[in-house]
Write a new protein. Structure first.
Length: 140
C-alpha cells in the first residue's frame, strides 16, 4: 500500500536537492499534500528538515513501491521544466535503497519519459544523461 507521507518526504528531498525551490515544485507538493490530506505544517517541517539535511529518507518496502515513489520524484524533479543532476541522484539513491538494478531503473525512466507530454529540452537531456551513466556503470 502506498504511504503518502513517505512519498511526499521523497518529493521534498527531490525538491530541495538542487538548492532551489521553484513555484511549480511547490504547487505540485501542495496539490499532492491536499489530495492525501497531509497538512501544510507537516510539509513545511519536511522542507525545513531537508534544507538542514536532517530529514531521514524513508525506505520503500518493495521495488513496486519504490517505482511508484520514483514516478512521483521524477514528476517533482521536472515540475520546473528541468531535472537537475542532484535531483536525479536522489532518484538513483532511492532505486539503490531497494536494490533496483540498472536495467530496471532504465526501463522505468524510459516509461516515465514516454508519459511526459511536454518536457523541457534540458529535462530530456538530464534523463538521457542519467540513463547513459547507468548504462556505463552496468557490468557487461
Amino acid at each position: 500500500m502506498e504511504n503518502a507521507h513517505d512519498i511526499i518526504a521523497w518529493m521534498v528531498i527531490t525538491m530541495m536537492a538542487d538548492g532551489q525551490v521553484e513555484a511549480g515544485e511547490k504547487e505540485l507538493i501542495r496539490k499532492y499534500a491536499q489530495l492525501h490530506k497531509i497538512s501544510p505544517a507537516y510539509v513545511n517541517n519536511l522542507a525545513d528538515a531537508a534544507g538542514s539535511r536532517t530529514l531521514a529518507a524513508p525506505i520503500p518496502q518493495s521495488q513496486e513501491e519504490a517505482k511508484s515513489w520514483i514516478r512521483e520524484m521524477l514528476g517533482m524533479a521536472m515540475a520546473d521544466g528541468e531535472a537537475t543532476r542532484r535531483e536525479l541522484v536522489a532518484v538513483k539513491n532511492l532505486a539503490v535503497s531497494v536494490e533496483m538494478d540498472n536495467e530496471q531503473l532504465k526501463a522505468l525512466i524510459a516509461e516515465i519519459r514516454e508519459n511526459i507530454t511536454t518536457p523541457g529540452k534540458k529535462s530530456c537531456d538530464n534523463l538521457d544523461d542519467l540513463t547513459r551513466q547507468i548504462r556505463e556503470r552496468s557490468p557487461g
